[in-house]
Write a protein that binds this ligand. Structure first.
Ligand code: 5GP
Length: 175
């Protein structure tokens, strides 16, 4: 079967929503350093756009975990591939995630990061698929709620393809 791509959220809609999220974050964190923690690789474009919508000083760091290989469903296991470079102790931490699906990845990561004693820790996720949740996750800043579809683009991949698409698209025809 041939693969198909259909636009679910356009580049314009994404940019508008990211600007709103950035403005909300600026309002919510009045002063002091803000540590943005980008979960690689899927969140790199969201992070790059969001950080430019946050008009205040921030520090950026990157962490890499994996729960999906080439499959479209979670293995239920999370592995830490690359840790943060900086300490987050005493800081206001905002974890930047591309999509919350089962909640397994963020449950693991919030547990790991909370042990490092940040002052506050919150989650910004561009996409949320609540119908698939297996573990409860509190998403503080959510871009869009979507149905149970497998999406690619704007940083999200399928077997490392499609990350550079400007729109978020539903990928069909792949089993
Ligand atoms: P969770 O642990 O919440 O099940 O999964 C989170 C991770 O699964 C995301 O960071 C992302 O890498 C991957 N994922 C979940 N749903 C999708 C999807 O629709 N498309 C893509 N490309 N990745 C997804």
């Amino acid at each position: 079967m041939a693969t198909t791509l259909s636009v679910l959220i356009s580049a314009e809609e994404i940019q508008k929503r990211v600007a709103e999220l950035g403005a909300q974050i600026v309002r919510d964190y009045p002063e002091g350093p803000l540590h943005l923690v980008c979960i690689l690789k899927g969140s790199f474009i969201f992070m790059a756009d969001l950080v430019r919508a946050i008009d205040r000083p921030v520090k950026m760091d990157f962490i890499s975990v994996s729960s999906y290989g080439k499959e479209k469903t979670s293995s239920g296991e999370v592995r830490l591939n690359k840790d943060l470079d900086m300490s987050i102790e005493g800081g206001n931490v905002l974890v930047i995630e591309d999509i919350v699906d089962t909640g397994v990845t963020l449950t693991y990561l919030m547990h790991v990061l909370s042990q490092r004693r940040p002052r506050t820790i919150r989650i910004a996720a561009l996409l949320d698929k609540p119908s698939r949740r297996m573990r409860p996750v509190k998403v503080d800043y959510r871009g869009f709620e979507i149905a149970d579809e497998f999406v690619v683009g704007y940083g999200l991949d399928y077997a490392e393809d499609y990350r550079q698409l400007k729109d978020i698209c539903i990928l069909g025809g792949v089993e």
